[in-house]
Design a protein around this ligand. Sequence first.
Ligand SMILES: Cc1cc2nc3c(=O)[nH]c(=O)nc-3n(C[C@H](O)[C@H](O)[C@H](O)COP(=O)(O)OP(=O)(O)OC[C@H]3O[C@@H](n4cnc5c(N)ncnc54)[C@H](O)[C@@H]3O)c2cc1C
Length: 307
Amino acid sequence: MPKHPWQNALKRLFPEILLDEPMSRYTSFHIGGPADAFLTVHKGGDLERLYAFARDHHVKVTPFGWGSNVLVLDGGVRGVVLRLGGPYARVRFSAEGLVWAGAAVRLPRLVVACAGKGLAGTEPLVGIPGTVGGALVMNAGTREREIGDIVSSVDLFDIEALEPRRLGAAEVRFAYRSSTLDGTLVLGGTLALKAGDRVDIMDRVRRFQKRRLETQPIHTFNVGSTFKNPPGRFAAALIEAAGLKGLAHGGARISPMHANFIENFNGARAADVLALVEAARTAVRAGEGIELELEMKTLGEAASRQA
Ligand SMILES: Cc1cc2nc3c(=O)[nH]c(=O)nc-3n(C[C@H](O)[C@H](O)[C@H](O)COP(=O)(O)OP(=O)(O)OC[C@H]3O[C@@H](n4cnc5c(N)ncnc54)[C@H](O)[C@@H]3O)c2cc1C
């Protein structure tokens, strides 16, 4: 039974919408309570209808990508969780090394498509499992390259005007795992790449992928780095030095392979992950006087005590 009257009204507008949908189905952590509504939008007109409805009914809309950088809390997400599909899952190449990728395109697919066209620049991003939308918002990247380094323009949905809008690279600020795109709805982005030799590019892609396989627990349920690296230090080394590698709480543990990853190894709840976050912060603060800052995002609300 839907809890809010607006849920049924929205279902009439979008019959395919999922109500009270467990978010654990959509996160790489396999954790998360129910979203009041979960909608995948396949055409531009639907965004106008959704955001007009949300404005009129005072319902929050939360954009969502591949769920590979979010801890959805056990009480779930109020309002609508929005995922993009259809035209936003396309990649288009144009002259002079420009590639437009919809927000729903996943980075590994984009990297391989660019390599296939003999375009260099995205290779270090190959092991990042999220979407272009999530990557632009997070300024996802590695030591070698952040996506913000190669952005030429970003397409947004203007929530006030209910229409798409293009921002030039100079209108967006990218910083370490953050950008001024947070809080907007990103529809896609254009990247500026350089022509190169296809075989060399593919070689680099394979090398980046191999390094990741050797150093990160990528076959477990996780969201990549839990914390940002403090200036000049590595969060993983600080947590490991505090003796917390392998520490478990409920069904979650600090990865025995990489101390800045938390793994859901046995039906963990978000509360288990947060307990480990707190343990790591407390230990690193006590040992080194360093305050660890979260890289993963939290979404939604904690479960009530009765839940
Ligand atoms: C095994 C593993 C390895 C990883 N390695 C890396 C790494 O090396 N470097 C790195 O930077 N990250 C890494 N990550 C984290 C993650 O993949 C990236 O942050 C990725 O860019 C998140 O994209 P997503 O689509 O999953 O976003 P989500 O997790 O779905 O969302 C992340 C944030 O972006 C917002 N968002 C998503 N889509 C949109 C949109 N279209 N418009 C507006 N807001 C949006 C969400 O509201 C949320 O706040 C890793 C994750 C895993 C699981």
